[in-house]
Write a protein that binds this ligand. Structure first.
Ligand code: SF4
Ligand code: SF4
Length: 166
């Protein structure tokens, strides 16, 4: 096998894998994008950090660069605010696609340390910031109602959800 046909085979294999991933994650809707850029101009993250660009991510998925997206740091900058999705004239579920990509990246072990740490805290306490009696005393002083210190329902829900991500 010469090096040219070897490269061709590797490229074909990568393209097939990208195609499979796109189908498995049900991301085919990105094909109807006509590059109006409404998503990018609506995105608050792009506004403060132009390195993050929802349209660029969709194009990468469309052009078979899905693995690059799954291995990236920038994917995790999406705050799931849904501004892009609500305004897309083609009704492409952009924010949902970001979530699917993040879930897949998580399954592949590509979630940032901070995200994994937050997940561990929620699994233990049911909240990202555990509350205790001290917090409730401060709330009482501020005239706020007491909050339950345990959040077992959320904890149970979160545990079952993260199991399904494994
Ligand atoms: S708003 Fe929708 S159609 Fe316009 S560029 Fe973004 S994804 Fe494409
Ligand atoms: S959901 Fe994500 S990509 Fe869409 S506008 Fe919000 S931060 Fe940007």
């Amino acid at each position: 096998m010469n090096s040219e046909s070897g490269k061709h085979r590797v490229r074909a294999k990568l393209e097939t894998r990208a195609q499979e991933l796109t189908e498995r994650l049900e991301l085919q809707s990105v094909r109807s994008c006509y590059i109006c850029r409404t998503c990018t101009s609506s995105c608050p993250v792009t506004f403060i950090d132009p390195r993050f660009n929802p349209l660029a991510i969709l194009r990468m998925v469309l052009y078979g660069k899905i693995e690059e997206v799954l291995n990236s740091d920038f994917l995790w900058l999406c705050t799931s605010c849904y501004s892009c999705q609500e305004r897309c004239p083609q009704e492409i579920p952009i924010a949902d696609i970001m979530t699917k990509l993040k879930n897949k990246a998580f399954k592949l072990g590509n979630a940032p340390v901070g995200v994994r740490a937050q997940m561990d805290i929620i699994k233990k306490a049911g909240r990202t910031y555990p509350l205790d009696d001290f917090d409730n005393k401060k709330r009482a002083k501020a005239g706020l109602p007491e909050l339950p210190t345990s959040c077992d329902v959320v904890k149970t829900l979160f545990e079952s959800e993260t199991e399904s991500l494994k």
